[in-house]
Design a protein around this ligand. Structure first.
Ligand code: FES
Ligand SMILES: [Fe+2]
Length: 320
């Protein structure tokens, strides 16, 4: 089924979206990316500045992510060696007497937090209109100091044939947890909508292979792109779920898991594994639903459904 017949939004949403990991882009590295229906190039200058630019060279259209090289604080096109700064401006053409000063590539706004490279996308090309946290305390401080009480990210990712709004609805769809995921209780959750942030808090704990564990789950959704989910109970765990549009029909879903270290490394590993497996199990049950469902503008909701209608009202701001 083509996305047009699935009634997905006509435009890609605005927000902050994960496009890479910081440690994948070392100084001097250049990589091609494809997100937001666009070809992009990501690179880091030798002095450490990260930049994401439109990929196609304004000279004759070469893709800077395929063969482009970092030279000091600039990126050089592989085709005729035009050079661009991290700001996207042309810094020089080695063989031209008159330099094309106006040549430039559009730069995308990026922000690095907890080893995640986040990129701002706006459907109308506007600069960032709201922010995501500057640091994730479980990962460490803004200055790069790590929090040694928590484990490194354990990651997982999927390409899903769906759109952000449909996938994000998962958090407020209370009834599916029991019937699709087989959790024992309908979680008692409350949702609060505050500008671009959607907070969902549930007092019930999480399912484990040994049964449910008492505790709470707090999820903070920063738009559609970044959901910070904290589980508290016998163990404390964190999952940052990031959903990035690739094009109108596909999203790249990444999970970044961390566990608060327990008595011994083996116990921590065991708890981490059980947690990751449970979250993965759930998402792998969601994926076939997401990949085949349609978006109904007027769903037939009933009283146990959770705040789906409020979620949809909140979602509208990301297409403004
Ligand atoms: S196409 Fe990039 S320098 Fe010619
Ligand atoms: Fe789900």
């Amino acid at each position: 089924m083509h996305e047009a017949s699935r009634n997905f939004p006509a435009r890609l949403p605005s927000g902050w979206f994960q496009i890479a990991y910081s440690d994948e882009i070392a100084p001097g590295d250049v990589k091609p990316l494809k997100y937001f229906g666009k070809d992009l190039v990501i690179f880091r200058t030798e002095d450490g500045e990260l930049s994401v630019l439109d990929a196609f060279c304004p000279h004759l259209g070469a893709h800077l992510g395929h063969g482009g090289t970092v030279k000091g604080s600039e990126i050089e096109c592989p085709f005729h060696a035009w050079r661009f700064g991290p700001d996207g401006l042309c810094k020089g053409v080695p063989y031209a007497k008159r330099q094309p000063r106006k040549a430039k590539l559009d730069r995308w706004h990026t922000k690095e937090v907890a080893n995640l490279v986040m990129c701002w996308h706006h459907s109308g090309g506007e600069p960032p209109q709201w922010d995501i946290p500057d640091e994730i305390p479980e990962w460490g401080a803004k200055d790069g100091t790590r929090n040694e009480e928590w484990t490194d990210w354990e990651t997982a990712d999927w390409i899903v044939r769906s759109c952000n709004e449909e996938m994000g609805e998962n958090a407020v769809d209370s009834a599916h947890f029991r019937y699709l995921h087989g959790t024992r209780n309908l979680p008692l959750s409350e949702a609060t909508f505050d500008g671009p942030v959607l907070r969902v808090f549930s007092a019930t704990g999480m399912e484990t292979p040994r049964g449910p564990v008492d505790g709470s789950v707090e999820s903070l959704g920063y738009g559609f792109g970044m959901g910070i989910v904290r589980f508290k109970g016998l163990a404390e765990t964190l999952n940052i779920g990031c959903t990035t549009p690739i094009d109108q029909e596909h999203c790249h879903l990444r999970f970044n898991f961390s566990v608060k270290k327990l008595g011994g490394a083996d116990i921590t590993r065991g708890v981490g594994k059980a947690f990751v497996n449970e979250v993965k199990r759930q998402v792998e049950q969601d994926i076939p639903i997401w990949e085949h469902k349609v978006h109904l503008d007027k769903p037939l909701l009933c009283d146990g459904d959770g705040p789906i209608a409020s979620y949809r009202g909140w979602a509208k701001q990301f297409y403004a």
